[in-house]
Design a protein around this ligand. Structure first.
Ligand code: NAD
Length: 318
């Protein structure tokens, strides 16, 4: 049976709520009747990402603050744990990543062990797969952590599994592939490739592609990602499990540029520049059978529709 997304009468703590995925998730939880407490240290997040009509309690603070986290988790029925240092920040400062991504997750889990009847979803990343041996990548693929960020995201996941097995904490993890869509701010230096390309093509600028552009990713539209996350949060069938969340389609960076060009009716102009230290993954596409069969979730937005919606949103913000 498909888990209905209904948070009526439930208290939901969202960490990283002011970020790209978090602010979209706020929208969905609020629309589903949830009473929201949002925790964010505003490191990359911005309160302007959160729709004005949403009622929520905002706590400016860090998941590294164990005392604060214990208090907030105790008061929640559900926790969507999204707060994390991103890959660029993490690569520059692995110690900061370690404190937030691993330490922060441990704080959430310790608090949940104490609070008992709370359910958690942890947002992990397909970066834990590194350059995989098999495509599409299933959850059984051996992780290859090629960056400090992927180390911390996998460590967070492992803590989730351990806390489920050892203490019976109700927790599941979702491994996102590249998420794109509305509220992914192109002016944010850490934003994803879709937003960067939209900004460049719209302004008739040359797109800078790191490497040959044949590297592939699995681009997932944010409302699909949010829906998968909330189903994993609500379903008792997700406890102790890890799920891929992706589109299941492999798209090269050049093809992505072409699709965004089409949305603007323009031919993208491309220059190839050197790879960055974080560009060490050649191909990525996720096998989403596990979440499809166990939680009955599947993506609903095609790349073309997702780009169209993102471009419309981008225009509305100009
Ligand atoms: N966007 C993607 O493509 C993608 C892919 C894989 C995994 N993820 C995961 O999804 C989650 C959300 O990512 P996003 O793209 O929305 O990133 P984001 O940077 O937009 O959001 C992260 C939010 O967490 C907050 N934050 C960071 N450290 C914190 C701390 N110590 N305490 C409290 N808040 C803190 C930031 O201020 C920000 O609002 C992250 O856990 C990320 O690792 C995202």
């Amino acid at each position: 049976m498909i888990t209905p997304i209904d948070f009526s009468g439930k208290k939901v703590l969202i960490t990283g709520a002011a970020g790209f995925v978090g602010s979209n998730l706020m929208r969905a939880v609020y629309d589903a009747g949830g009473e929201i407490t949002a925790l964010d240290d505003l490191f990359t997040g911005d309160l302007k990402n959160i729709d004005n009509d949403i009622k929520y309690k905002f706590i400016e603070g860090s998941v590294t603050d164990a005392e604060l986290v214990t208090k907030l988790v105790k008061d929640a029925d559900y926790v969507a744990h999204l707060a994390a240092r991103n890959i660029i920040v993490s690569t520059k400062n692995p110690r900061d990543d370690y404190a937030s991504n691993i330490g922060g997750t441990l704080n959430i889990l310790m608090a949940a062990r104490e609070a008992q009847n709370v359910k958690i979803v942890y947002t992990s990343s397909a970066s834990v797969y590194g350059n995989p041996m098999h495509l599409p990548i299933s959850e059984n693929e051996t992780p290859l952590t090629f960056s400090p960020y992927s180390v911390s995201k996998l460590a967070g996941e492992n803590y989730c599994t351990a806390f489920y097995e050892t203490y019976g904490v109700h927790v599941s993890a979702v491994r996102y592939s590249n998420v794109y869509g509305i509220k992914q701010d192109p002016s944010n230096p850490y934003c994803g490739v879709v937003s960067k390309f939209i900004e460049a093509i719209a302004n008739d600028k040359v797109i800078s592609v790191h490497g040959d552009g044949q590297q592939t990713r699995d681009f997932t539209y944010v409302t699909d990602t949010v829906e998968a996350t909330l189903i994993a949060l609500l379903s008792p069938r997700s406890d102790g499990m890890v799920f891929n969340v992706g589109s299941g389609f492999e798209v090269s960076v050049l093809k992505l540029a072409d699709e965004i060009g089409k949305a603007f009716g323009k031919e993208p102009r491309i220059e190839h520049i050197d790879r960055r230290d974080i560009d060490n993954i050649r191909r990525r596409v996720l096998n989403i059978e596990k979440i499809r069969s166990r939680l009955r979730w599947q993506p609903r937005t095609t790349l073309r529709q997702g780009i169209q919606r993102t471009v419309e949103w981008w225009r509305s913000t100009r």
